[in-house]
Design a protein around this ligand. Structure first.
Ligand code: HEM
Length: 159
C-alpha cells in the first residue's frame, strides 16, 4: 500500500533538489560564465535562453514543493509548530516558497523579464551584477533554510 505521507516527503525533497539545485547552478556556474562574454547582446540572449527554460521547470517544482509541504504539515497536525521558536525553519520554508512564487508567477511575467531585456543591453555590467547579487541572496537564504529543515525534521533543533 502506498504511504502518502512518505510519498509527499519524497516529492517534497525531489522538488527542492531540482528547484534549489537549479538556483545554485545558475548562481555559481551560469551567471559568472555568461558575465564574461564580450558582447552585452550575447550575454542577454544566452542568459534569457537558459533562465527561460529553467523558470518553467522551477514553476512546476514550486507547485510540487508547496502542495506536498502543506500536505505534510496537515498530516502531521503540525500547524501549532509554527508557534515554536525551535521550528523557525517552517517559517523559513514558507517564506522562501512565497518569495519564489512571487518572482516566478507575478514579478517575472509582469515586469522583471522586460526590465532585464532592456537594461541588460543598455547597462550590462550594472544589471548583471544586480542579478548576481539577487541570486546570491536567494541561494544563501535557501541553503540556511534547507540546513534548518533537514536538521529539524530529524530532531536536531538548533535553537
Ligand atoms: C509552502 C512551503 C513549504 C511547506 C508548507 C513545507 C513544509 C514542510 C514540512 C511539514 C516538512 C516535514 C517536517 C518534519 O518532518 O518535521 C518539510 C520538510 C522539508 N522541507 Fe519543506 N515546506 C515548504 C517549502 C520548502 C522549501 C521552499 C524548501 C527549500 C528551501 C523546503 C525544504 C525542506 C527540506 C529540506 C525538508 C526536510 C526533508 C527531510 O529531511 O525529511 N521546504 N517541509
Amino acid at each position: 500500500m502506498i504511504d502518502t505521507f512518505v510519498l509527499a516527503r519524497v516529492l517534497h525533497v525531489i522538488g527542492v533538489i531540482i528547484w534549489i539545485g537549479g538556483v545554485a547552478m545558475v548562481t555559481l556556474v551560469i551567471l559568472p560564465a555568461v558575465r564574461k562574454f564580450e558582447q552585452p547582446e550575447r550575454r542577454v540572449e544566452v542568459f534569457e535562453a537558459i533562465e527561460g527554460r529553467f523558470a518553467r521547470i522551477a514553476r512546476v517544482a514550486t507547485v510540487v514543493v508547496g502542495v506536498s509541504g502543506f500536505y505534510l504539515i496537515d498530516r502531521m497536525g503540525g500547524w501549532s509548530l509554527f508557534q515554536l521558536a525551535s521550528h523557525w525553519w517552517l517559517h523559513g520554508m514558507v517564506a522562501v516558497w512565497l518569495a519564489f512564487t512571487l518572482v516566478l508567477f507575478v514579478l517575472e511575467p509582469l515586469f522583471l523579464h522586460r526590465w532585464f531585456h532592456e537594461h541588460g543591453k543598455s547597462e550590462p555590467d550594472r544589471t548583471f551584477r544586480l542579478v548576481q547579487i539577487m541570486h546570491w541572496v536567494l541561494l544563501t537564504v535557501s541553503m540556511i533554510v534547507v540546513f534548518g529543515a533537514v536538521a529539524g525534521a530529524h530532531g536536531w533543533f538548533l535553537i
